[in-house]
Design a binder for this molecule. Structure first.
Ligand SMILES: CCCCC/C=C\C/C=C\CCC/C=C/C(=O)SCCNC(=O)CCNC(=O)[C@H](O)C(C)(C)COP(=O)(O)OP(=O)(O)OC[C@H]1O[C@@H](n2cnc3c(N)ncnc32)[C@H](O)[C@@H]1OP(=O)(O)O
Length: 280
């Protein structure tokens, strides 16, 4: 009942405005009636998370947070890809200083999205592997379009998802299923993701996905915002604190791991495979 009301409210909702942080790689549009901000990733061709996109994501999340938006919906401007995850080019034959800045920025984005005091939802309008899945599972609610895939496929690339990737995943799935999926590097179809609980709903179009996300965010309309935010943060505090405490160690572990010749070789082969597939 409430859900239907909120959905129709959203459908009738009024004009929106672009916020000042709108950049080339992300845009933020705030619906003036609902107060919900839609944060769109728009880095061609696949929303690969490189240093610049991560910086824009962090700036946009911070601005949404400080403008006291009623909610944040994360989505993509690409018709078939939510995000292809970390830009592998940042990790393959990396430049010393840049890769440090890259990983540090990824930590920042995760801390602010997973720890956001604003309610969050992801309208997953395309494939969402690895880092894409990290962003989606850092949100509180997920609506996904059919015929796409989502999951943490790191082991398929010969790399390892760090502890905090697992934290987001574990905030959505029970440990037994999460552990198996990560060990397998399993990508779930939309239907499988719904069945296992990795996503909350499906939608037939991006517009419908955004509406369903807005309806979820609307369920908090009559809840005290401070009480809601403090409750959410208590659930997530231990995960967030763990990364805060281990940030330097986490960076050094990542650098050590990624610079191993066997890992570099594996990434090179994976990239080559992607490029061959793209040419077909
Ligand atoms: C105690 C132990 C240690 C603890 C841990 C310590 C350290 C941890 C170490 C490492 C952790 C790293 C975590 C990594 C997370 C990641 O996110 S890795 C990235 C994973 N992503 C993928 O595997 C996705 C790969 N891409 C695809 O599957 C597909 O591209 C697609 C997203 C499904 C889209 O398909 P399609 O529409 O057909 O597009 P194309 O495949 O043709 O791609 C277009 C071009 O984009 C390039 N590309 C695709 N994905 C990426 C990417 N992730 N990075 C860079 N580039 C990408 C692709 O090559 C095409 O390029 P060209 O047009 O050929 O130039």
């Amino acid at each position: 009942m409430l859900r239907t009301k909120v959905l129709s409210l959203v459908a009738r909702s009024g004009p929106s405005r672009l916020m000042s942080t709108a950049t080339k790689l992300t845009t933020v549009e705030v619906n003036d009636k609902t107060g919900i901000a839609t944060l769109t990733m728009c880095r061609a061709p696949v929303n690969g998370l490189n240093l610049e996109l991560l910086k824009d994501l962090k700036t946009s999340i911070d601005e949404i947070e400080s403008n006291k938006s009623r909610g944040l919906i994360l989505t993509s401007s690409n018709a078939t890809i939510f995000s292809a995850g970390l830009d592998i080019m940042e990790m393959y034959n990396p430049e010393k200083e840049r890769i440090r800045a890259f990983w540090t920025q990824l930590q920042e984005v995760w801390l602010s999205l997973y720890g956001s005091s604003v309610p969050t939802a992801a309208a997953i309008n395309g494939h969402s592997p690895a880092g894409g899945c990290l962003l989606a599972t850092s949100c509180e609610y997920r609506v996904m379009l059919p015929k796409f895939t989502i999951g943490l496929n790191e082991t398929q690339l010969g790399i390892v998802a760090p502890k905090w990737f697992m934290s987001s995943f574990l905030s959505v799935l029970p440990q037994r299923q999460a552990e198996r999926a990560l060990n397998q590097g399993r990508m779930f179809s939309t239907e499988e993701a719904l069945q296992i609980g990795l996503i909350d709903e499906t939608a037939t179009s991006k517009e419908e996905a955004v509406e369903k996300c807005a309806a979820f965010l609307g369920t908090f309309a009559r809840v005290n915002p401070l009480a809601r935010a403090l409750t959410k943060q208590q659930f997530r505090a231990a995960d967030l604190q763990q990364l805060e405490n281990e940030r330097k160690d986490d960076l050094e572990k990542f650098l050590f791991f990624i610079n191993q010749p066997a890992v570099q070789k594996g990434l090179g082969i994976y990239l080559e495979g992607l490029k061959k597939k793209a040419k077909k």
